[in-house]
Ligand binder design. Structure first.
Ligand SMILES: NC(=O)c1ccc[n+]([C@@H]2O[C@H](COP(=O)([O-])OP(=O)(O)OC[C@H]3O[C@@H](n4cnc5c(N)ncnc54)[C@H](O)[C@@H]3O)[C@@H](O)[C@H]2O)c1
Length: 340
């Protein structure tokens, strides 16, 4: 069954979504909206779409094209309005991360999904990473998790909205990593103590560095150390991970190098260890936004609730908002306070 989509937002990621939707055999792009009409027209040409409606007014384009769903690839500040408007117009929506920049906006979006009974899913694309699934399967073999650490060090020179945001690293990027910690551990966050800061050499106006210590359900401690203005010795976009459990430890460099050891005997100052074999990669895996689109379409066909469904994804956003609030107040903040 072919489903018709409208894309909102025609920047760098909007074009990636244009290609993703255009190549899907069961999707037809019916329209593209951007506040900047020239951008939308350029994106339509670049993706090679013909005969689709282009405009700057989402309401009018939804009324004209009556799509089966909307894909929101606008800047984070616009996500709430685009999502609520699309749901109110009767369209399920697949939106880019972060869900929003504030909990108030996110709660409005969840309420709109409940009110209309329509699916709102966040495309948290780094969930769809076969190497991370391998690492999760490896970390499941080291016993009860007590420690999860990640280091994230990159120096991208984006320009655009990120250079002006108050918390570019935590709000725009760490949302992925915090969400990955929930995916890897299977646990939600309870509280966080965080510091955000901006080194003198930073080219971003807002704080581009952060250190966050989360308590997760069951007492697990998840530590995040990150910089978005780190030149040299970079990590991958997934970060570098270490997990410690009751039986051993598991590491992932964020690329394709994994290691895990568990105890192999209960004598000696340092106990003997044995290496665990690395689990196989999952078969026929769809990565990134191809994966989130596939889950979204299955859910529209009556399939299981997708990862990133708004009631779940708001838990990851609450980690972001609590970390920012903790850094501001210089005290530990409960996740429950964000969700209340
Ligand atoms: N999943 C990922 O890996 C990934 C990667 C990059 C960006 N993103 C996310 O995608 C989104 C877009 O990022 P980008 O890099 O393409 O940004 P961008 O600034 O390049 O493009 C955003 C576009 O949205 C348009 N826009 C803004 N408000 C609008 C509104 N109300 N209605 C219609 N159009 C509007 C702007 O004119 C612009 O063309 C962000 O939420 C970002 O965090 C995700």
């Amino acid at each position: 069954m072919t489903r018709r989509a409208v894309i909102v937002g025609a920047g760098g990621m909007g074009k990636a979504w244009g290609h993703n939707l255009a190549k899907h055999p069961d999707v037809e792009v019916a329209g593209w909206v951007d506040l900047d009409a020239a951008r939308a027209t350029e994106a339509v040409t670049e993706v090679g779409l013909v005969g689709i409606e282009v405009g700057t007014d989402l309401g009018r384009l939804l009324a004209d094209t009556r799509p089966d769903f909307v894909v929101d690839v606008t800047v984070p500040e616009a996500h709430r309005d685009v999502t609520v408007q699309s749901l109110e117009a009767g369209c399920p929506i697949l939106g880019e991360k972060p869900m929003a920049l504030t909990m108030a906006h996110a709660k409005d979006m969840v309420a709109a999904s409940e009110r209309t009974g329509l699916l709102y899913m966040v495309s948290q694309s780094r969930r769809y990473n076969a190497d991370m699934v391998v690492y999760r399967d490896l970390a499941r073999q080291i016993g009860a998790l007590g420690v999860l650490n990640v280091d994230f060090y990159l120096g991208p020179h984006f320009g655009g909205f990120r250079d002006e945001m108050a918390s570019p690293l935590v709000a725009d990027m760490a949302i992925h990593t915090f969400d990955q910690a929930r995916f890897l551990s299977g646990r939600d966050a309870v509280s966080v103590y965080a510091e955000e800061f901006n080194p003198g050499w930073s080219w971003m106006a807002g704080d581009a560095n952060a250190t966050c210590l989360f308590e997760m359900e069951g007492g697990l401690r998840f530590t995040y150390r990150g910089s978005w203005v780190a030149e040299g010795c970079n990590t991958s976009w997934e970060g570098e991970w270490r997990a410690c459990g009751s039986m051993g430890s598991a590491k992932w460099d964020g690329h394709q190098s994994f290691a895990a050891e568990v105890t192999d005997g209960d004598e000696g100052f340092f106990r003997p260890h044995r290496e665990l074999p690395v689990p196989a990669h999952p078969d026929s895996f769809k990565s990134g936004i191809e994966g989130s689109l596939a889950e979204f379409l299955i859910a529209l066909d009556g399939g299981p609730k997708p990862q990133g469904e708004c009631h779940d994804n708001i838990q990851s956003l609450a980690m972001v908002c609590a970390a920012i609030e903790s850094a501001r107040r210089k005290e530990r903040v409960l996740i429950a306070e964000m969700l209340a």
